[in-house]
Design a protein around this ligand. Structure first.
Ligand code: GDG
Length: 492
C-alpha cells in the first residue's frame, strides 16, 4: 500500500484557494448518476438488513440502479476476497478482510481508538500506530474497490468512522466524482480529538469529501471549530466551509427512523402477544425500560445506580414498578465490553439482593436480542423509557419508543442530554446521566405524570419524529444534489 498522506506543507499551500471549488464547480446539482453507499457492514449481513440505514438507502439505491459496497463480514486471507452479487434488485460489491486487517482496522483502530475517542472515553482508548497503518491499508483497499465499481457521475455516500480516509485516497487517484460522508457517532470536541496522534491526517482526509453530515449541531460546531483552529478553515456561508483550497458542505443532518412503520408494527399481533406476556409477568406493576447495545457509551452502570437509588429513596416505588434492561452484547472480543458485562452483573445482583421480594425482581437484565416486532411490543408496554447514554450520536431507541406508543395512553421518555436526539426531542424529560440522584427523581416524576401531560409531550415528540423521519434525513443529506440527480434519472 502506498502512503498517500498529504504533507502539512502541501496542505497549507492549498489554503491559497487556487484549487477546485466543489458544489460551485463540476459537481453541481442536477448531475445524473447512481447512488453508491459504502458502509462497514452491508444489508447482505442478516443483522444489518433490518436496520434503519438499510431501509433508508435501499429504495434510493434501487431507484438509481446503484450499489452498496462494504465488508462482507467474513475473514479470509486468500487472494480471492472480493465478491459481487445482486440481492433483491440491489448490486453489492463486498470484500473479505484478512485476519490482520480485521484485527488492525476493525478491532484495534475503529473499535479501540475511534469509538472510545469519539465517545469522550480517552481513558479507554488504546492508541496504536500499527493499527492505524492497517486502517489506512483497508481504507485504501476500499478506495480501489470504489474506483472499480463506481462511475464518475455516481454519488458515493460513505458511512461512519470506519472509512474516514476514503475520500483522500480517491482524490489522490484523481477521482473527482461526488463524495459524501455521514458520521453516525458524535464528533468530539477539538481538545479531545487532538489527543489522537493521527487527528490531523483523519480530519484532513475528511475535508476531501464534498459534503459531511453530522447528527447534531454540537458535532457540526466541534468539527468546524477544529478545522478553523487546526487548518485555518473559514465558514464562508451557512453550511460551506473553505479549507485546504476546497469548499465543503458541513451539514447538520439528524438521522430519523421509519416512524410510521414502527408505529404500525407495534399494533400487530406479534407485538401485542409480547405486550400481553409482559403485562402478565408484571402484574400490577408498571414497566421502566432500557434498550441498548451492551456498550460503555450507553451509561448502563449509572442507569442501574439511578434505579437502585430510586428504590432506596422512594420505597413506595417498590410496590409499583419493575425495571427491565435489554442489552444485546456487541463486540464481545473487546476487553472493555466483557468488563462492562461483569460490572453490570455485579450491580444488578446487588440491587436485586437489596430490594427483591419473594414475588418481585426489581431489575431484570437481558443480554439477548429480541425480534423487531417483539421489541415494538415491549416499547408499547413500557410506562417509562430510560435512555441515558453518556455520549451518543443520535439514539434511535428514543425515537422508536415514541413511535411505538399508544396515543391514548403514551409512556414517558427520559432522555440523556448527551444523546444527539436530545437536540430534537425537547419534550422528553432531559437528564444528566451522571447525576444519578436527579435521574432517580425524574423517574418518579415520570411515573407520577398526569395522562394529559403525557399526551401533550408525546404528541409533540411524535410530530417531530414523524416529520423528520428516515426519508427526510436521506433527502436532507443529499439536498440540492442527489435528489435532483435521481429525479433526472427517473425522467430519463
Ligand atoms: C449508531 C450510533 C445512532 C437494540 N436491541 C435490539 C435491537 N436494537 C436496535 C434498536 C435500534 C438499534 O439497535 C440501536 O440504535 P442506536 O441509535 O440506539 O445506537 P447504535 O447501535 O450505537 O448506532 C447512534 C445510530 O448509529 C444511527 O445513526 O443513532 O448514536 O451510535 O434500532 O432497535 N433490535 C432488535 N432486537 C434487539 O434486542 N431487533
Amino acid at each position: 500500500m502506498t502512503d498517500k498522506k498529504i504533507t502539512q506543507g502541501e496542505w497549507s499551500n492549498r489554503e491559497s484557494g487556487a484549487n477546485s471549488s466543489v458544489f460551485g464547480g463540476a459537481r453541481k446539482p442536477g448531475n445524473s448518476g447512481r447512488l453508491v453507499a459504502v458502509s462497514n457492514r452491508t444489508p447482505l449481513d442478516a443483522d444489518a438488513r433490518a436496520g434503519g440505514l438499510a431501509v433508508a438507502l435501499w429504495d434510493a439505491i434501487a431507484r438509481s440502479q446503484g450499489l452498496w459496497i462494504g465488508w462482507s463480514g467474513e475473514i479470509n486471507s486468500s487472494e480471492n476476497r472480493v465478491r459481487t452479487e445482486n440481492s433483491d434488485g440491489i448490486d453489492f460489491a463486498v470484500m473479505d478482510l484478512t485476519q490482520d486487517q480485521h484485527k488492525g482496522y476493525y478491532l484495534d483502530y475503529a473499535n479501540s481508538v475511534l469509538w472510545p475517542l469519539f465517545h469522550n472515553r480517552l481513558d479507554l482508548v488504546r492508541f496504536n500506530n500499527r493499527a492505524f497503518k492497517t486502517y489506512r491499508e483497508v481504507n485504501d483497499a476500499f478506495a480501489d474497490l470504489i474506483k472499480i465499481h463506481a462511475k464518475k457521475d455516481d454519488f458515493v455516500w460513505v458511512h461512519d468512522y470506519h472509512f474516514m480516509l476514503l475520500a483522500k485516497y480517491l482524490r489522490g487517484a484523481s477521482w473527482d466524482g461526488r463524495l459524501g460522508f455521514f458520521l453516525h457517532i458524535p464528533f468530539p470536541a477539538p481538545e479531545v480529538f487532538r489527543a489522537c496522534p493521527q487527528h490531523r491526517e483523519l480530519a484532513e482526509a475528511l475535508c476531501h469529501f464534498d459534503i459531511l453530515g453530522f447528527q447534531s449541531k454540537k458535532d457540526v460546531k466541534n468539527f468546524i471549530r477544529y478545522v478553523e483552529e487546526e487548518f485555518k478553515g473559514k465558514r464562508v456561508m451557512d453550511e460551506h466551509v473553505r479549507v485546504g483550497g476546497r469548499t465543503l458542505i458541513v451539514r447538520h443532518c439528524p438521522i430519523g427512523l421509519n416512524a410510521q412503520d414502527m408505529a404500525y408494527t407495534a399494533t400487530l399481533p406479534p407485538a401485542k402477544k409480547t405486550g400481553a406476556r409482559i403485562r402478565q409477568a408484571l402484574g400490577k406493576r408498571r414497566l421502566i425500560l432500557g434498550v441498548d447495545r451492551l456498550d460503555y457509551s450507553k451509561g448502563l452502570p449509572q442507569r442501574f445506580e439511578a434505579v437502585g437509588q430510586m428504590f432506596r429513596k422512594f420505597p413506595h416505588a417498590r410496590e409499583n414498578v419493575s425495571f427491565t434492561q435489554i442489552a444485546p452484547p456487541s463486540r464481545k472480543s473487546v476487553k472493555e465490553y466483557s468488563d462492562l458485562r461483569h460490572q453490570l452483573d455485579g450491580l444488578c445482583g446487588r440491587i436485586n439482593g437489596d430490594f427483591a421480594e419473594l414475588d418481585w425482581t426489581p431489575i431484570r437484565y437481558h443480554t439477548r436480542s429480541y425480534e423487531r416486532e417483539e421489541l415494538a411490543g415491549i416499547y408499547r408496554e413500557a410506562h417509562v423509557a430510560l435512555i441515558t447514554p453518556l455520549a451518543d450520536g443520535m439514539n434511535l431507541v428514543a425515537k422508536e419508543f415514541v413511535a411505538a406508543q399508544d396515543s391514548e395512553d403514551p409512556g414517558v421518555l427520559i432522555l440523556s442530554q448527551f444523546a444527539g436526539a436530545a437536540e430534537q426531542m425537547k419534550e422528553a424529560l432531559i437528564v444528566n446521566p451522571h447525576d444519578t440522584e436527579a435521574v432517580a427523581n425524574t423517574i418518579v416524576q415520570a411515573l407520577d405524570m398526569s395522562l394529559e401531560e403525557r399526551k401533550t409531550r408525546w404528541k409533540a415528540l411524535w410530530d417531530g419524529i414523524n416529520q423528520q423521519d428516515i426519508n427526510w434525513w436521506r433527502k436532507r443529506f443529499m439536498e440540492g444534489d442527489v435528489v435532483d440527480m435521481q429525479k433526472e434519472k427517473m425522467r430519463a
